[in-house]
Design a protein. Structure first.
Length: 457
């Protein structure tokens, strides 16, 4: 005799069997595809112009051929504002030539994943000028997108420091964007549209880019400054004369062979070319460790401490206003920007690379532009006298002057210097002193390398 409890149990079992059969008949959801592994890279090089890669190329040859690393490259511009050593093409046409040259040079080393930001080539020495002409926000969005697409372990880029020789504003802009992307690509609220899941990835005109946040593990900088002592001990170095076990030639030779594709930028005659290459081949590849989010030493190998797989996002310090009191004087423009940039991105050690701020001649007629800032962090308007101490034979515009600075304001002073042509190749020092009410409020000093480097300000 079936009890009421037994009846209910049988009914429940029957219902569960029916539901299980119904669930079993439902179709399985399609597999959620992962990121496109074709573009996963070990090293992402972010530079300004075709041929900028040549400075790091000997190390890249070592990484590619003997460590089997995947390398990808981002160029900020097509180099359309340069000279042409081969043909008559200029401007946009030269940019088209240099894009192909750059792709050929990289392809000769097996680097095929190459992108251009299409920013205008902006010759000068003020990083803020390049960031302006490049469209800072739009360019940064592109770089963050490519970091998320390629998921690099390491980012290599130009040194974001104003130093004599390495003061091309496009180079510095590439370093700034690379640093910002290093700190933003892992942040899900930065350019979130890139991370939106596609509504239907197989359709036309879809919404959402389908990328994922990515935190690179290290960022290194390099420089083509006119002097290198400030780079010693700041990161790993790689001998260009070292012979590749797989290729049986030096890494410098591999890099030089690739460089020969950049014909529009090479010296047109053989003696000058040989002199240029001899100088290039004699120096090691020097890196400055910017940031590392893994274990390892400052001068250890680029991939020291790096393990496969993603790491957690690490938030940068972020901007904090500088606390000032009274009246003060400082270098403005790119120098003032970098002081805030380094603190915001936890790169304070870059401020210690140089003993004092420096620059090199870069304009016509031995001219140098220097921006100064007079800060008034008091509650009343103040009058400030500014005077300079110049090397013999130098002239200055506008010269000594009295500036009226409103309360809680800063007066931007634009100084233009003309150097003495007889001092070519020498280092000179310029000092500006400020005073108010007969009292000194401070001074700033700038070292200048009197050696025209072909980059106008």
């Amino acid at each position: 005799m079936i009890t009421k409890l037994s009846f209910y149990l049988c009914a429940i079992v029957s219902i569960l069997l029916l539901y299980s059969r119904a669930w079993a008949q439902l179709p399985a959801a399609p597999t959620n595809p992962g990121s496109d592994e074709r573009y996963k890279t070990d090293i992402l090089l972010i530079v300004a112009h075709p041929d900028d890669d040549s400075l790091a190329a000997p190390y890249l040859a070592k990484a590619i051929y003997d460590e089997h690393r995947h390398v990808s490259v981002i160029y900020g511009t097509r180099g359309d504002a340069g000279g042409n050593a081969v043909g008559n093409e200029q401007a946009a046409s030269l940019g088209a030539v240099r894009e192909i040259e750059g792709r050929r040079a990289l392809a000769s080393m097996g680097i095929l994943d190459v992108w251009f930001l299409n920013a205008p080539d902006t010759p000068g020495q003020d990083v803020l000028h390049s960031l302006e002409t490049w469209g800072h926000g739009a360019s940064l969005e592109k770089v963050v997108r490519l970091v998320r697409l390629t998921r690099p372990e390491v980012i290599l880029t130009w040194l974001p420091v104003y130093v004599a020789g390495e003061n091309h504003d496009d180079h510095q802009a590439a370093g700034v964007l690379a640093t910002e992307a290093f700190d933003l690509a892992g942040d899900p609220v930065s350019f979130p549209e890139q991370l939106a899941a596609p509504r239907d990835r197989t359709s036309i005109g879809n919404y959402g880019e389908g990328l994922h946040p990515w935190q690179a593990k290290k960022i290194y900088y390099f420089s083509d400054a006119t002097h290198f002592e400030f780079l010693e001990g700041r990161g790993p170095q790689y001998k260009t004369s070292e012979v590749s076990p797989s290729k049986r030639v030096s890494y410098a030779t591999i890099a030089t062979n690739a460089w020969m594709s950049d014909k529009s930028q090479l010296p047109p005659n053989q003696p000058d070319l040989k002199k240029y290459l001899d100088q290039y081949l004699s120096e090691p590849v020097r890196f400055v460790l910017g940031k590392s989010l893994v274990n390892g030493s400052m001068t250890g190998d680029v991939f020291e401490g790096i393990q496969p797989g993603p790491i957690s996002y690490v938030r940068a310090h972020g901007y904090e206003p500088t606390v000032r009191e009274g009246i003060s004087l400082e270098l403005g423009g790119p120098w003032a920007y970098y002081r805030e940039f380094w603190r915001a991105h936890k790169l304070e050690h870059l401020s210690q690379l140089l003993l004092s701020p420096e620059t090199a001649l870069g304009g016509p007629e031995n001219t140098i532009w220097v921006p100064l800032l007079i800060h008034n962090d008091t509650n009343v308007t103040r009058r400030v006298t500014l005077r300079s101490v110049l090397p013999p034979g130098w002239t200055e515009r506008p010269g000594p002057m009295i500036y009226t600075v409103a309360a809680h304001d800063a007066y931007p002073v634009q100084v233009n210097l003309v150097a003495a042509s007889s001092q070519k190749g020498a280092w000179q020092q310029i000092t500006w002193r400020a005073e108010t009410d007969g009292q000194s409020i401070g001074s700033v000093t700038l070292r200048v390398h009197v050696n025209y480097n072909g980059v106008p300000q």
